[in-house]
Design a protein around this ligand. Structure first.
Ligand SMILES: [Ca+2]
Ligand SMILES: [Ca+2]
Length: 132
């Protein structure tokens, strides 16, 4: 059983990650900022797979947001979006916030409303560069 509120180090990125019980997307991003980071930015397939292996079997908010100007998918961290891993048929336009379904059958991303956590995501994964 994975414990919430503990940092896990990823040697490949040299970053630290923490799953949080934090509510909707905005609340989870605010909580991530309080910890000195953002909701996770998934830069490549290796990092995606590490997240699946490490935090599996729960839907999590990730740092994807469709901002107003321009209205495109962006990482809240400002990192580039060259890598994407949308689930088949996603994003289907039912919201401007991204979450990842981490389980054995769906390790891809899905768009949703900010508060669709009642059905799906209510936890987020925080990523930080260094422990402070
Ligand atoms: Ca990352
Ligand atoms: Ca969707």
């Amino acid at each position: 059983m994975l414990e919430l509120g503990l940092w896990t180090h990823n040697p490949a990125t040299n970053h630290y990650y923490q799953p949080l019980e934090c509510g909707n997307w905005e609340q989870c991003e605010a909580a991530a900022k309080n910890l000195g980071g953002h909701l996770v930015t998934i830069n490549n397939a290796t990092e995606n797979q590490w997240l699946v292996d490490t935090f599996g079997y729960t839907p999590y908010w990730i740092g994807l947001i469709k901002k107003e100007q321009p209205k495109t998918w962006q990482w809240i961290s400002g990192e580039d979006t060259s890598y994407t891993n949308w689930l088949f048929g996603q994003p289907d336009g039912n919201g401007d916030y991204g979450w990842i379904g981490l389980d054995s059958s769906s390790d891809g991303w899905d768009d949703c409303t900010v508060d669709c956590y009642n059905q799906y995501a209510h936890q987020g994964i925080v990523e930080i560069d260094i422990l402070k």
